[in-house]
Design a protein around this ligand. Structure first.
Ligand code: NAP
Length: 263
């Protein structure tokens, strides 16, 4: 299938590693020009160089924290200035720490809201006007299977990502008539640095070895294995494409069957 995004310009936030990086690479492979950001300049530059080399597409990169609204605004302006247009925005950030309710401090709640919800608001505010002007756009949020079925121990993620889902669903309604689709993509257990970190935290807390933590997750998943970033990225690329023009307001799990709900 030709996804029809050759020459489109895509921002992928928090994309020097893991899911964001895989999405940026997949979009570039499909012919889009991509712009990526993350906080650590060296890793970001390395990823940009890798994608440029592996796909032959232009890759713009800028180091920033997605919780900083002014930096997000200047990044989006720089992308527009660089490529002359903006068509696709994939929002993403790091995940909040795993903790019980009792050990979560009030300020941890504020940080999770900044990291997950406000970063999405900042990118949506800056990119949707460009898409509306062109009467074409794709806003895709990377959330978690936790929005469909809360994950034990991920209190902050379970709580705050629900707000991101509500935001996206509302934006889908407000922007559909302008040719803009808004969708959430919800990863289940996917092998990245974030998942290695989570396994290490659970291992330290429970005394089981990290391999046992991974094996426990694999038993929970009907596919009996973790997902790969590339499998996740393929779904995002489809939603970003011309072909997905009538798909909006959805939350699609890419989780090997982990979420047991009917819808
Ligand atoms: P990852 O491998 O840890 O990668 C996170 C990326 O985000 C890195 O490039 C990191 O670079 C960047 N980043 C983190 N905080 C940032 C910030 N404040 N501003 C800008 N960039 C930032 O994580 P991942 O597994 O790809 O996960 C991505 C998202 O999906 C997370 O929210 C995670 O909780 C969620 N998720 C993941 C899974 C999974 O199984 N992997 C499952 C469900 C949900 P810098 O550190 O240099 O900034």
């Amino acid at each position: 299938m030709d996804l029809g995004i050759t020459g489109r310009v895509a921002i992928v936030a928090a994309a020097s590693k893991g899911l964001g990086r895989a999405v940026a690479e997949e979009l570039a492979r499909e012919g889009a020009h991509v712009a990526i950001c993350a906080r650590t300049p060296a890793t970001l530059a390395e990823t940009a160089a890798h994608i440029r080399k592996s796909t032959g597409r232009e890759v713009f990169h800028q180091a920033l924290d997605v919780t900083d609204s002014a930096r997000v605004a200047s990044f989006v302006s720089a992308v527009e200035a660089r490529f002359g247009r903006l068509d696709i925005c994939v929002t993403n950030s790091g995940g909040p720490p795993s903790n019980s309710f009792e050990s979560t401090k009030p300020e941890d709640w504020g940080s999770a809201v900044d990291q997950l919800l406000m970063s999405t608001v900042f990118f949506a505010r800056e990119t949707l006007p460009h898409m509306r002007k062109n009467k074409w756009g794709r806003l895709i949020t990377i959330t978690s299977s936790a929005v469909k079925q809360p994950v034990d121990g991920l209190l902050l993620s379970n709580s705050v990502r629900a707000a991101v889902t509500g935001l996206a669903r509302t934006l889908a309604n407000e922007y559909a008539a302008d040719g803009i689709t808004v969708n959430n993509v919800c990863p289940g257990y996917t092998r990245t640095a974030r998942l290695d970190g989570l396994a290490a935290t659970i291992s330290a807390r429970s005394g089981s070895r990290p391999e046992e933590v991974f094996a426990g997750w694999e038993r929970e998943i009907p596919a009996r294995r973790l997902g790969t970033p590339a499998e996740f990225a393929a779904v995002v690329a489809f939603l970003a494409s011309e072909r997905a023009s009538y798909v909006t307001g959805t939350s699609i799990a890419v989780d090997g069957g982990l979420v047991r709900s009917l819808l």
